[in-house]
Design a binder for this molecule. Structure first.
Ligand SMILES: Cc1ncc(COP(=O)(O)O)c(C=O)c1O
Length: 340
């Protein structure tokens, strides 16, 4: 009953086997390995973007921060939702890598920016030498509260962004695609996204995230910044092998479908229990819920692991995340303990 995060899960056998296979013999370092050639080809096919630049880093924070850094100058503003991971959970890394770029927070229900709120924020920023200047937009999908933007919603945001480059934090990109049925191209460049953090770790990899850049003119700067940030791996083949296995035979989509199905089973079950309130639409693998005070102790005694959240007096709230390895019996055991 481990629902603390999807990155608490292990690594599927196919990925471990690919790492073991990659261990044989010698390979050229720094992303010049033959497995990475295959990864680049596979990622370009997945995104239907033959000219996309594809790079691997080890963490989502690096993927996001370096993506922001190639789009935003030190005097620039990055427009993002007020709950954005780049704002709440990256310890100022985006600002550090941008060398001064500032995050400007956009409100919106259920973790989503609206085009109007975004346009208002952009219009109210810059113009004089005294403030930061609008530079880029960053959108997260799946959002930090488990809701999912459709490609049409993303396209409406990028339209509101005008000429500003747009980044997608896709730490849970596979979950968003499975939830909407969209293709990777529809969710990104066809909807006006310029740079994607294409997550792997939360969906079963040991530690690898891709950055996909649709404008090849930005690629060299990314390479330099990645090296400067200490994120160019010398034994890169082990990152490559993870992504290669991830994309082979659509494993990434299979894993995300398992995580989303477990999320739905959990949310549907919770919605049927009196006194339990779901706080946001459950559209992928994250559930935010509120229940009467005293419930945490009972759930934790039963072996449930999750993060608790602030709640009004008399209540408790929790964030639960399912993963590719969540079993029906994990879910049903949690529901039984909650029901009791
Ligand atoms: C929305 C989102 N973006 C990015 C990340 C990447 O974080 P990390 O640097 O821990 O890999 C996370 C992880 O919690 C996340 O939830």
């Amino acid at each position: 009953m481990f629902f603390a995060s999807d990155n608490t899960s292990g690594v599927p056998a196919q990925v471990l086997a690919a790492i073991t296979d990659a261990n044989a013999g010698y390979a050229t370092p720094y992303g010049n390995d033959t497995i990475m050639d295959r990864v680049r080809t596979r990622v370009r096919e997945v995104f239907a973007a033959p000219d996309a630049a594809v790079y691997l880093v080890a963490t989502g924070t690096a993927a996001n921060s370096l993506s922001c850094a190639i789009c935003c100058p030190p005097w620039g503003a990055v427009f993002c939702h007020e709950t954005a991971h780049i704002h709440v959970d990256e310890c100022g890394a985006p600002e550090f890598y941008m060398g001064g770029g500032k995050l400007v927070l956009v409100p919106g229900a259920h973790g989503k920016m609206t085009p109007d709120a975004l346009a208002t924020s952009i219009a109210g920023t810059g113009g004089s030498v005294h403030g930061v200047q609008p530079a880029m937009v960053s959108v997260t999908n799946v959002t930090e509260v488990g809701s999912v933007y459709t490609p049409a919603e993303i396209a409406a945001l990028t339209a509101a962004a005008g000429d500003l480059p747009c980044h997608l934090d896709g730490a849970r990109f596979a979950n968003a695609l499975v939830a909407t049925g969209a293709t990777a191209a529809e969710m990104t460049w066809k909807a006006g996204i310029d740079v994607v953090s294409f997550g792997g770790t939360k969906n079963g990899l040991m530690g690898a995230e891709a950055v996909v850049i649709f404008d090849p003119a930005k690629a060299w700067e990314f390479e330099l910044r990645r090296k400067r940030a200490g994120h160019l791996f010398s034994k890169h083949r082990y990152l490559s092998a993870q992504f290669d296995a991830y994309l082979k035979d659509d494993l990434w989509l299979t894993l995300a479908a398992q995580a989303n199905a477990a999320g739905k089973r959990l949310a549907d079950g919770m919605a049927r229990i009196a006194g339990v309130k779901l706080l946001h639409p459950v559209q992928a693998n994250m559930i935010f819920a509120q229940w009467p005070a005293g419930t945490h102790a009972r759930l934790q005694a039963a072996g449930a692991v999750y993060y608790d959240m602030p709640a009004p007096d008399g209540f408790e709230a929790a964030r639960l995340v399912t993963s590719w390895s969540t079993t029906d019996s994990d879910v049903d055991g949690f529901l039984a303990a909650l029901h009791a």
